[in-house]
Ligand binder design. Structure first.
Ligand code: UDP
Ligand code: MG
Length: 320
């Protein structure tokens, strides 16, 4: 069975539409499915809509948050509540085309475990938005060691991958990057971001900036190391300017006492920056330890208990 997780925040006009359209496409393709709607503390009638849909449609499971916890939390809650052999996550504003779900499902049947939806085009965006998104993805791609410039939250994960994700002990998750970080047999499917038909994007510019900073910090410690690097640059500068002021001092062209001030300022400045960087480095290590991410993940195991069935299971295409 395929579980489709749909986080919803103030989407009262989209819920029924999304349920109907995704259901139609999946049923049309002969896929056994369930829809898991997660109401992320919406301020409008989203929950009532979800309830109504769930009452009429046996395929629908509904979860409701006590308040708005954000899309990341909603996706994880949906995955935790899903019971399928594979789970997909998609926006419930139908910007992620349901037809792509079928394509992803076929890849899953071929044995892929993480199928990423990759944006062919980013839809309509302002130049500012495009540029800052570009910068954000460059940093995060470096940190996660995968190209994320066209990544989206539209993904289909095998049960193994879902369980691995749910077992992550960290609080600050970034689904898009984590689902690459966990590894597994990965494939990707391109899709075109559709226009939003109802309602509006719940992301303001400021919330996007906050989102970017939060995720960079939760995925990489590079910003901390910048201090050390800056410290070394200042030290280099200190040596050059220091030499220059010493030359001036000895050639008698310097203002009385000024050389000492310049030297002290430069040396103390760079030493402080470098020490901050070193402290930052230790904090980075502590941070990584506190996050308690597993050191590795095992995607499958063959041992005494399952040698026969494992061999057989790999021959057969998996059933949904
Ligand atoms: N969403 C959510 N919680 C939030 C914000 C958004 O669950 O706090 C959901 C929203 O209902 C939608 C998806 O996340 O299904 C994507 O949101 P949106 O369309 O606003 O973002 P965009 O498509 O502009 O990136
Ligand atoms: Mg959207």
């Amino acid at each position: 069975m395929l579980s489709v997780v749909l986080p919803a925040y103030n989407e009262e006009r989209m819920v029924a539409k999304a349920a109907a359209e995704v259901g139609r496409v999946l049923a049309g393709a002969g896929i056994n499915y369930e829809l898991v709607f997660v109401n992320d503390g919406s301020k409008d009638g989203t929950w009532e809509e979800i309830e109504k849909t769930a009452r009429h449609d046996p395929h629908v499971t509904a979860l409701c948050f006590s308040r708005n916890f954000g899309k990341e939390a909603a996706m994880l809650a949906g995955l935790a509540g899903a019971s399928g052999d594979c789970c997909a996550v998609m926006d419930c504003d139908l910007q992620h085309p349901p037809e792509t779900l079928v394509e992803m499902y076929r890849l899953w049947e071929q044995g892929y475990e993480v199928i990423e939806g990759v944006k062919r085009s980013r839809g309509k965006e302002s130049i500012m938005h495009r540029a800052s998104a570009g910068l954000f993805y460059r940093i995060i791609s470096k940190a996660a060691k995968v190209d994320m410039s066209r990544a989206s939250d539209f993904k289909l994960l095998d049960r193994r991958a879902v369980d691995a994700l749910l077992a992550m002990p960290e609080r600050n998750t970034f689904f898009r990057a984590l689902s690459s970080w966990i590894g597994f047999r990965t494939a990707s499917v391109e899709f075109d971001v559709r226009e939003r038909t109802e309602g509006e994007s719940s992301w303001s510019t400021w919330s996007l900036v906050q989102y970017a900073v939060k995720n960079i910090v939760s995925f990489s410690t590079v910003p901390m190391q910048c201090v050390t690097v800056a410290g070394f640059f200042v030290l280099l500068l200190a040596v050059v300017i220091g030499l220059q002021s010493l030359v001036k001092y000895f050639s008698g062209r310097a203002v009385e006492g000024f050389t000492t001030v310049i030297l002290l300022l430069l040396i103390i400045g760079s030493v402080i920056m470098i020490s901050l960087g070193i402290i930052g480095y230790y904090i980075a290590k502590i941070y990584e330890e506190v996050k308690g991410r597993p050191r590795y993940l095992i995607s499958r195991r063959i041992d005494r208990s399952n040698r026969e069935e494992a061999g057989a299971a790999d021959q057969l295409p998996r059933q949904g």
